[in-house]
Design a binder for this molecule. Sequence first.
Ligand code: ADP
Ligand code: MG
Length: 641
Amino acid sequence: MTIHNETLAVIGSPSTNDEMTLDILERAKDARLVGSLVRFTTLQDGQELCVTGQITSLSMFNKWHQNDVMRNIIKSNGSVPHLSGSQDVRSATLSPGAVFGRADKNSDWGFRVLGNLPPTGTAVERLQQSMLEELVHSQKDNLFYVGRAYGDGNVRLPMYFKHFGDPKTGGQGEAYHTLIAGKTGSGKSTVAKMALLCHARHADEAILIVDPKGEFADEISNYQVGSSGLQFANILKGLNRKVQRYGITQVRLEGYELFEDILLSLGIDAALNIRGADNKIEMATAFSEIIREADSGLTLDTLRGRAAFTHILEKLGADYATRIYKGKEGQDALQAEIERILDNQKHRAWSAWEFVAFLFSKDGNRQTIGSIVHHLMASDSGNRPLVVLDLSVSGNRRDLFDLGDQFKELREADEERDLFTDSLQKKIIYRIVSSMRRLCETIVSERVRNGDKRNVNTLVLFEEAHRFAPKSIAADDEDGKKLKAKLVEAVRETRKYGLGWAFIDQTIGGLDKEIIQQIRCFYIGYGLSMGEELQAVREIVGGDQGDVALYRSFKDPASYGSVEEKMYPWMAFGPISPMSANHPLFFNAFGAEDFVKFNNMPVDMSNRQFKRPTMAMRKSKSTGNVQTLTMNDLANGFLDD
Ligand SMILES: Nc1ncnc2c1ncn2[C@@H]1O[C@H](COP(=O)(O)OP(=O)(O)O)[C@@H](O)[C@H]1O
Ligand SMILES: [Mg+2]
């Protein structure tokens, strides 16, 4: 064999095609090896093969230190002259990753499968960036870079973020689902933003972000969240993406079920002083029934104005009080509350009602959720939109302020309760998921009838998935069960229509198992190294001890002394890179500057200057890394046109 300058080790024994022992050369004994990318070349069927892989663990053996007599000497001397140190045998475990082959020196490398074993003594070298680029050259138009090899800061890992459309244009041909998981602060949102920007490069791919925390909505409005410095909005602008944010007040809501929920969210029950969960539901149902009565002259989208509310309250008192309360006392009390509201035009119930009616009314150009997702999925090739549905409390409060004085009393009266409750969020998400599930199929079948083979080529990014599809759910949580079942169904059924889901979550163990089974690409950041979470990680990456051990060695990004030193380590698994095969890849995520530089991301700075929101304009229940904006920020307009 020939030992090159770069040779670190040779293939040793025992080795299998899935796990190889490497004997480390003396010269490499103090090199950083764990997590490093290496390669060796071998012959298979007369062709040159180049096998790459990542070193997952190291071990060292010195038989003298295991000898009982020597151990006695060590006990007093601390070492054995001429044997300690010099007789150490170091070995490493190599998980072979991608295998490339070529017919001769002049042809491009292509993918191969390793079907034999290299002889012991085969030289193993560090994989250099130049060699890596030569290996993946045939794919180069479809590659992105989001980080450096975990053990080797000199090597950037090429990754795929393929769209779901035609393989001739670099697509996957069908959708695949992704999970980005890790503890809070591990860098999930940052990696998700980079992944989104890579996807945003594909002008033929539409993107929907379901944003319960409002973080992405803030970003596209140029309020940078977090300290990574990633110019999310300016890059999207540079990529010429059409970007649109919708808050709850910017969509037109539909359906009696949602209506009833919103009555309760907005405290109509409280205004009527109705006690008891069942009674509240009875009240909400009564509202729907009154509107539906043939002679009411009302529909869900024409409820604005005092006349409608007056009519409903009068009916409620006359016909429904006995259904809401069995006892006379309750009935009388309800009647008294109704009169109190009817007599006092300044009662907060009026403005709450006005707001409910507004959400369901047809005035303005507000679209329904169904029509927003239809437009998105059916949009024209080459210029497809990126839509953020902002379901956050903070974002939607801001929108309420934007609506001006018409709901002023409501805002002021509602100091300590959230208008935009958890259950409202879930109801809206249910609408989004069920519309997407249904419409992607409709769009594709219609296209098929017209001889058009395109799928919907749409990515949906979803934060906090476990809240909507938890592993276990309370038996009496009917809404929760319904939402989860719909999400599971969507994940199972939409792939073939080109609709792919990307979930971001701080747990894997807490997420529904069926969803995890449908996911192909995993990005796992720091912090899932205990108990149920670790078990889930193991199940995903397979049985290799070395892979799991390397993952567990990740250092908490929060534990560094200074910001400059911080590293954000990731383990990625699945068809995420030309370098991956049956083992995960380990990398440290790029900072914003490297991401822009190595992917040639266009940053359009003609936008507003970078702004940082300052103090909360009012008490907000939202927590986490989303910040509430000041009135001054608002004055600059929230929606980009
Ligand atoms: N690759 C990175 N480079 C630089 N800073 C990062 C990186 N990843 C995360 N950060 C920073 O660390 C903090 C937490 O990251 P974030 O993506 O919000 O984590 P998570 O979503 O997992 O809670 C943020 O301030 C973010 O800017
Ligand atoms: Mg986050």
